[in-house]
Design a protein around this ligand. Sequence first.
Ligand code: HEC
Ligand code: HEC
Length: 271
Amino acid sequence: MKRLLNSPLASTAIMVLGLSLGGLFNSASAQQRNIPLDQLKSGLAYSSDEVRGLQLDDDFSSLSAHGIDKGAQLWKQVAGNSNKSCESCHGDVTESMKGASTRYPAIDKATRKLFNLEDRIRSCRQKNQKAPNWALESDELLAMSLHVNTASKGMPIKVKIDGPAKQHFDAGEKLYMARQGQLNLSCTQCHDQQYGRRLFNDKLSQGQPNAYPIYRLDWQYLASLERRLRFCYSSVRAEVPAWGHVDMRNIELYLKWRAEGLPLEVPAVRK
Ligand code: HEC
Ligand code: HEC
């Protein structure tokens, strides 16, 4: 897809897709579900047989084993001025973190900011463990979020969008519906109105966020949801927000609300 989306040919194809959609675009009112809950499908359902086979095959765990092992190891590693490991404070990950990943992004009480899981881990690392922080998209952070995800494997996504989260949800929904970039396409046009249709060799999925971080075959490594979203931004030639920008968190909140009830896939692979 990367190669395809970067070619002028792909731009033309996407533009045609966009033009054929012009009349279909409808502005959704707040909290209207464009895809009813009983029709939600993980991206896995739209993946090629090869990718699906990989993820469903137990041996696939060997592909992302490196990340999972690394996360497990970091969980036990003493670090920083607290002289503690994640485990010293939290204990066994499967118990202490059960369901945690299904609830993010969520408002952080101390800063009143919207944190996704990676932000939460980073904040704990800095504030509680008092250790040098991990950069967004670093190997350590991706490995740790995968490790924390293992405690919620198969559990349904359920985020809160009321109270202080409401304004973030509204902003995320707006971004999701807005046409952007040189191709003038919105997320909803591809992922609500065209899923199941082919774009070259790939089938468009519903753009669900329930499997991240994923192992990406194109990159041969783990990738966060934010990285995937940045890719979608670039594919419509839109300006990509800075890493960790609140726009990205707002869209993530909207996507997680939209995915309510979808089980968390751990580990997962995508093309
Ligand atoms: C031109 C069509 C297009 C637009 C517009 C677009 N995407 Fe995508 N998106 C894709 C393609 C192609 C993929 C990779 C194959 C797939 O999962 O559909 C993808 C993948 C994704 C995925 C990963 C799905 C999975 O199962 O791993 C998410 C999440 C996503 N997009 C969200 C968004 C959001 C949010 C926006 C708006 C900012 C957006 N996309 C805009 C084409 C688009
Ligand atoms: C000194 C104790 C301490 C250490 C060390 C520590 N944490 Fe925490 N963690 C906490 C406390 C207290 C909270 C609850 C509120 C907060 O953020 O301060 C928390 C909350 C969390 C949450 C949110 C859980 C939820 O249910 O929403 C995650 C995720 C987390 N920590 C991950 C980690 C990881 C990963 C590490 C190691 C890199 C780590 N923590 C190290 C004390 C600690």
